[in-house]
Each structure stands twice: as structure tokens, then as C-alpha cells.
Design a protein around this ligand. Structure first.
Ligand SMILES: Nc1ncnc2c1ncn2[C@@H]1O[C@H](COP(=O)(O)OP(=O)(O)OP(=O)(O)O)[C@@H](O)[C@H]1O
Length: 271
């Protein structure tokens, strides 16, 4: 048995690359001309890891996520998920965007159950899972309410529950907390970390917040200006679970400083 297969047999899939891209590039051909949006980018992400991606606005982060999820195609290079080339939208992923995309005419629980309806999974078992997720995310009391009755932070909790309902092999988060106030955002960081540790779901997390990326991630990739390339790949070797106060510790600020310096050198941050 190979080492990887043995590791997976033991329930440890840490060495198994869920996402793997090689020389991935994306060019958009528009009426206004060619937009070199991304790459080349070569990244691997082992199962169970959380990878944070930070980079200047417009450098291609969302494009990267869409190509990995099969929602867009690469112009050049390769992207594989769980060892298979991505050729169509993936079904085994949960995605959360900055805008929550909840359906306002359905109750919270019916929103969370939507993937189950689309994939026709066993309703009873999945319903139990839906309530458990809402409980874990602290919004179980709102299960029968409608999304328009909830705050922005609560709506994102519901979105995360929906994304995780069918136990996807990957969670893709594209600036999920950008529209939230600072305190709610901190709270969401703690909640998401707890959930990740519990669910052990491989996560790709795009954010504009350097501390948020470091707090949540096992690794942070810093991207250059468009077309985004990997400027730095930093291991965040801080024990988990992390409390928010870790953000004041020297080991944490050392990493945020290193990332900030890339942006200063690229002229994204001045002063
Ligand atoms: N469908 C599209 N057609 C043409 N150009 C596009 C398309 N989608 C994105 N772009 C361009 O590709 C570049 C990368 O966009 P993308 O949204 O991936 O960047 P981003 O890093 O996620 O940006 P932000 O941080 O501001 O959300 C931008 O210049 C954008 O205008």
C-alpha cells in the first residue's frame, strides 16, 4: 500500500492533495481587449488544510476560486481536484460568497436544505444534519424564520450551514465576511474556526483582511498584482484553536508584517 493510501486508511488524509494547479492561467477576451486575470499559478492543498489567499484587488483571486470550482475554465495550465482534472462545475464543494445568495421566500431551514433537494438525498437524515449545523453556528432558534428577518452575520452563518450540509470535500469562501462590521467579523472568525476543526473540511479562503487570513489559515498565499501570481507561501505554525487575542502575539504579528511588506513593496499599501 502506498504511503498516502495507508495514511487515508488511518483516517489521516493530510498528505492527499485535494486541490492541485499547475501553471494555471486565465485570460478574459472582452470587447475592450484582453485581460490577463491570473497566473501562472501552481498551488497544492492537502486535505484538511485551510489555505488563505490574500492579494490586491483585481489580481484574480475570485477567478482562481471559480476555476478550481469548475465554474470557469482555465486558458492554460491544469487544475485537478482530488486527482481528477476539473472539466465541469464540481458538485462536491460548498461555496460561500460575499453576498449570501439566500432565497428570501424560503425559511432558513429550507434554505439550508436546498442542496439536499437538488441532489435528492435522504430528507430525514439530512434534516437532522441541517439542524445540527444551525445549532453549531448558533442560529438554530431562527430555523423557521425567513432570511430577511436576520442580520448580515446570521445570514452568513446560514450560508455556511447550507454550504456544509452534504459534507463537501472542499469549502470555498470568497470574502464571506467583507460586508460585516468588525465585531461580527471577529465573531464569525471564531465560529468558522471551530466549525472547521469539527468538520475537518479542506478550505480555500479568500479575504482582503491580512489578520483574518492568518487567524483562520494553516497557510497563507500572497498574490501579486494582476495577473495574480504567488509572491509568497507562508506556513502559519500557530496552535489551534486560536483565540482572538493571538492577534497580539509576536508570532502572529511577525506573519502579518511579512504579508504587509509584500503589499508595500508592490505599491498596494503606502505609508
Ligand atoms: N467575466 C469576466 N470578463 C472579463 N474580465 C473579468 C471577468 N471576471 C473578472 N475579470 C477581470 O479579471 C481580473 C481579476 O478579477 P477577479 O474578480 O478574479 O479579481 P479579485 O482578486 O477577486 O478582485 P477583488 O479582490 O477586487 O474581488 C479583474 O481585472 C477583472 O476585471
Amino acid at each position: 500500500m502506498s504511503e498516502d493510501a495507508a495514511a487515508r486508511d488511518n483516517g489521516s488524509v493530510d498528505r492527499f492533495q485535494i486541490i492541485s494547479t499547475r501553471d494555471l492561467e486565465k485570460v478574459y477576451f472582452t470587447a475592450q481587449g484582453i485581460v490577463r486575470a491570473l497566473g501562472p499559478v501552481s498551488i497544492s492543498l492537502p486535505a484538511g488544510e485551510t489555505l488563505g489567499i490574500v492579494g490586491p484587488s483585481g489580481c484574480g483571486k475570485s477567478t482562481f476560486l471559480r476555476v478550481v470550482a469548475g465554474l470557469d475554465t482555465a486558458t492554460r495550465g491544469k487544475v485537478e481536484v482530488a486527482g481528477k482534472p476539473v472539466t465541469a462545475p464540481l458538485t462536491d464543494v460548498g461555496i460561500v460568497f460575499q453576498r449570501d445568495l439566500l432565497l428570501d421566500w424560503r425559511s432558513v431551514i429550507d434554505n439550508v436544505m436546498l442542496p439536499s433537494e437538488l441532489r435528492k438525498t435522504d430528507r430525514k437524515a439530512t434534516l437532522q444534519r441541517a439542524y445540527e449545523l444551525l445549532e453549531e453556528l448558533g442560529v438554530a432558534d431562527f430555523a423557521e424564520r425567513n432570511p430577511w428577518e436576520l442580520s448580515g452575520g446570521m445570514r452568513q452563518r446560514v450560508s455556511i450551514a447550507r454550504a456544509l450540509l452534504l459534507r463537501p470535500s472542499m469549502l470555498l469562501l470568497d470574502e464571506p465576511f467583507s460586508a460585516l462590521d468588525a465585531l461580527t467579523r471577529d465573531q464569525m472568525n471564531v465560529i468558522l474556526q471551530r466549525l472547521q476543526m469539527h468538520e475537518r473540511v479542506t478550505t480555500l479562503f479568500i479575504t482582503h483582511s491580512i489578520p483574518e487570513a492568518v487567524f483562520l489559515s494553516d497557510r497563507v498565499i500572497v498574490m501579486s498584482n494582476r495577473p495574480g501570481q504567488v509572491l509568497d507561501d507562508i506556513k502559519v505554525d500557530l496552535p489551534k484553536p486560536r483565540t482572538l487575542s493571538i492577534r497580539e502575539e509576536p508570532a502572529f504579528t511577525e506573519i502579518t508584517r511579512r504579508i504587509r511588506e509584500h503589499f508595500e513593496r508592490a505599491g498596494v499599501l503606502v505609508g
